[in-house]
Design a protein around this ligand. Structure first.
Ligand code: GLA
Length: 433
């Protein structure tokens, strides 16, 4: 008996996370909201799923096809209380849609709110958690995004929010179907503290806005640790600022969600979207495409298919990068150094330039390897540029063997992302040692 208890204890994951075995690396997929809003129907979802497959995005890890708000009918089923889909948008119902998505080798997700209504004014799940979770499971749902609108004031302390969101967490677990639970309470009450073992991910801020850094009073907070109104219209770099102190709370099965990607939606430049994708990857945010994947230009496709950046996001260590320094730039904006660990004694680091001019900065390896200590940081490392292709056309061209420091050019609103491998390991891998 004692022995079986011991083996049970040993079988439990080392980290506390929602015990559904999902999202051991951040989830990847596509969601309707950022591009289509409420203007969705069965064709929108099936065309997107087909485009994900035909663009080979599945092989890169994009696996969830997610239906956001406005799929619901005007009311629940009057006799059973079960959720019902809008029959004009989804004439064949959600189960049929999920089956078709599954037949394409993809997973299927849906949306509701921990409130009386969703943000788009459809029926919410507050008080209907069990019947909703059971219905989703019977439809073959693999993922639930769970919002925070119309919560009847059931927020304001971590415990109150926890209980409201835990009701759905329990209901999902009780179905016996593994359903990824993506909480969307916009950082209210600090989900990075209270949701780590009830959800697979939690949004940390108000909704993203397809803009690099424009201030907007509808995203009023400067610090999510002390935020009374998450709002919306949060520019991309504002979300990076919000995320920086929170990333320490994430790990396998429990991720900070910096919100869905805007790449391809047109509000940012190429370099800005490269920053968006890179920093979401380093932060270990879910990578959920939010553009029209049925019509993508080559720039968009080249960004979202960079498999070296995706590998950083999907690294099995699940260790988010940290902001190691911020240097103010004359004329506004700043340079930021980020670094983090990957598996097999490899590392990723990035320099981000939010200033309005191109910059050159000398980066000390001691700063990149602050966590590993001065002896380690005094070594020599092979650097690979994750936004440059090598001679074979693969992302991650070798730059140089570097010790001491490295000079880095970063264009305005751009980022440079490097992988660092201790020289002894890289020579061994190349058969030179
Ligand atoms: C909230 C969420 C968004 C989206 C909309 C749908 O604003 O934060 O991501 O789901 O609701 O109405």
């Amino acid at each position: 008996m004692a022995r079986s208890l011991l083996s049970l204890a040993l079988a439990l994951p080392a980290v506390r996370a929602m015990n559904n075995g999902l999202a051991r690396t951040p989830q990847m997929g596509w969601n309707t909201w950022n591009h289509f809003g409420c203007g969705i129907n069965e064709d929108t979802i099936l065309s997107a799923a087909q485009a994900v497959v035909s663009n080979n995005l599945t092989a890169l890890g994009y696996e969830y096809i997610l239906v956001d708000d406005c799929w619901q009918a005007d009311a629940r089923d009057a006799s059973t209380g079960a959720p019902v889909a809008d029959p004009s948008k989804f004439p064949n119902g959600i189960k049929d849609l999920a089956d078709k998505v599954h037949d394409m080798g993809l997973k299927f997700g849906i949306y509701s709110s921990a409130g009386t209504s969703t943000c788009g004014g459809r029926f919410g799940s507050l008080g209907f958690e069990e019947i909703d979770a059971q219905t989703y499971a019977s439809w073959g749902v693999d993922y639930l995004k769970y919002d925070n609108c119309y919560n009847e004031g059931r927020a304001g302390t971590p415990l109150i929010s926890y209980e409201r969101y835990n009701n759905m967490s329990r209901a999902l677990n009780a179905t016996g179907r593994p359903i990824l639970y993506s909480m969307c309470n916009w950082g209210e009450d600090g989900p990075w503290n209270f949701a780590v073992d009830i959800a697979n991910s939690w949004r940390i801020s108000g909704d993203i806005y397809d803009n690099y850094d424009r201030y907007d009073s509808r995203c009023p907070c400067t610090d999510m640790l002390d935020c009374k109104l998450s709002g919306f219209h949060c520019a991309m770099t504002r979300i990076i600022d919000f995320a920086a102190p929170l990333l320490q709370k994430a790990g396998p099965g429990k991720w900070n969600d910096l919100d869905m990607l805007e790449i391809g939606n047109g509000g940012m430049t190429f370099d800005e979207y490269v920053t968006h994708f890179s920093m979401w990857a380093l932060a270990k945010s879910p990578l959920i495409l939010g553009n029209d994947v049925t019509s993508m230009d080559t720039d968009t496709l080249s960004i979202i298919t960079n498999d070296a950046i995706i590998a950083v996001n999907q690294d099995p260590n699940g260790s988010p990068a940290s902001q190691m320094w911020i240097h103010a730039v004359d004329g506004g904006g700043q340079l930021e150094l980020w670094s983090g660990s990957l598996v097999n004694n490899q590392f990723v680091w990035a320099v981000m330039n939010t200033s309005p001019s191109n910059q050159t900065v000398n980066v000390s390896l001691l700063d990149i390897f602050t966590d590993q200590g001065a002896a380690f940081g005094s070594g020599t490392f092979t650097m690979y540029d994750l936004w440059q292709k090598d001679a074979d056309g693969a992302w991650g061209a070798k730059v140089a063997d570097v010790s001491g420091s490295m000079s880095v050019d970063v264009v305005t609103h751009g980022v440079r992302v490097f992988k660092a491998v201790p020289v002894s390991s890289s020579r061994r891998a190349a058969g030179e040692l």
